[in-house]
Design a protein around this ligand. Structure first.
Ligand SMILES: [Zn+2]
Ligand SMILES: [Zn+2]
Length: 281
């Protein structure tokens, strides 16, 4: 099973997941051109992608869903309320596969479990994706103000986690936004801070966790090394030896091989790779 962020941040999010011959995107908040370019950088043909799972209607997750669905025929999986909220983005030609909130369904060789997060959208979801062949499980939780009990439960026993580390509390407090925006970002239906991401990662740590990718970083109120350090400190207290990296807005991350990371961690190797921590993103 492999995973890469095509891009992540308030200007556009899209994640590629591969399990056997099944490839999926979680969100498509980049232009059709950028999606094509970034897939090409990872040597992925658009025709090989089976579908897009849409987590919520915010534009940084959906701006490319209409064009991508029409250009490449990718079906869009979204909850009923999200589909309604996305109506203006779609022409009616797209194939939309609606599910009820908090659903479990299968796309090719991937079992998808979608569950509600605390965020100011119609039906905001996080997902886990399990490879039905290998049993490997990837958890994806961005756009959440707080890691609620159901989210923490659903993310247990993942072999790779994509977690939001949106802002540093002090940089948000002292940053350029008006007070109302700061309240929204830092509020319980906003975005997860580095500190809360670190606590969540430490809580979810287990001996088979091979990688943690930090995502949806604020360009104004965070920086890569700070987010990495905050989460790495919490995880090193748990004796975590796996990969920690940060997804950026401008370019895709490498394709991480989840099985290989898991085996290397279980073999006792010290991975802690900070290669993607490229400063401000
Ligand atoms: Zn977002
Ligand atoms: Zn959002």
């Amino acid at each position: 099973m492999r995973v890469a962020a095509l891009g992540s941040g308030s200007r556009g999010n899209s994640l590629l997941i591969e399990a056997g011959s099944t490839r999926l995107l979680v969100d498509a908040g980049l232009s059709g051109r950028q999606i094509q370019r970034r897939l090409a950088a990872l040597e992925i043909e658009p025709a090989s992608v089976a579908a897009i799972i849409v987590t919520h209607e915010h534009r940084d997750h959906t701006s490319g869903i209409g064009v991508a669905a029409r250009r490449w025929g990718w079906p869009l999986y979204m909850s009923r309320r999200t589909a309604t909220a996305c109506r203006s983005l779609l022409s009616g030609e797209e194939e939309v596969r609606v599910f009820e909130r908090e659903a479990t369904f299968r796309i090719g060789g991937v079992e998808v479990h979608a569950f509600l997060t605390s965020h100011d959208a119609a039906d905001p979801l996080a997902v886990t994706l399990t490879d039905s062949e290998s049993g490997l499980k990837i958890g994806v939780a961005t756009d959440l103000g707080r890691p609620t009990g159901p989210v923490r439960n659903a993310l247990r026993a993942c072999h790779f986690l994509v977690l939001e580390a949106n802002h540093d509390d002090l940089l948000l407090r002292d940053g350029p936004y008006p007070w109302s925006v700061k309240e929204r970002i830092g509020g319980s239906r906003g975005h997860l801070s580095n500190r809360m991401a670190a606590e969540l990662a430490a809580e979810l740590h287990h001996p088979e966790l091979g990688g943690v990718l930090l995502a949806h970083m604020s360009e104004e109120c965070n920086d890569g090394p700070l987010a990495l350090r905050t989460v790495a400190e919490a995880l090193s207290g748990m004796d975590y030896r796996g990969l920690i990296d940060v997804a950026t807005q401008e370019r895709p991350t490498p394709l991480y091989d989840v099985a290989a990371l898991r085996s290397r961690v279980m073999d006792g190797e010290q991975l802690h790779l900070f290669a993607g921590g490229s400063g401000r993103t």
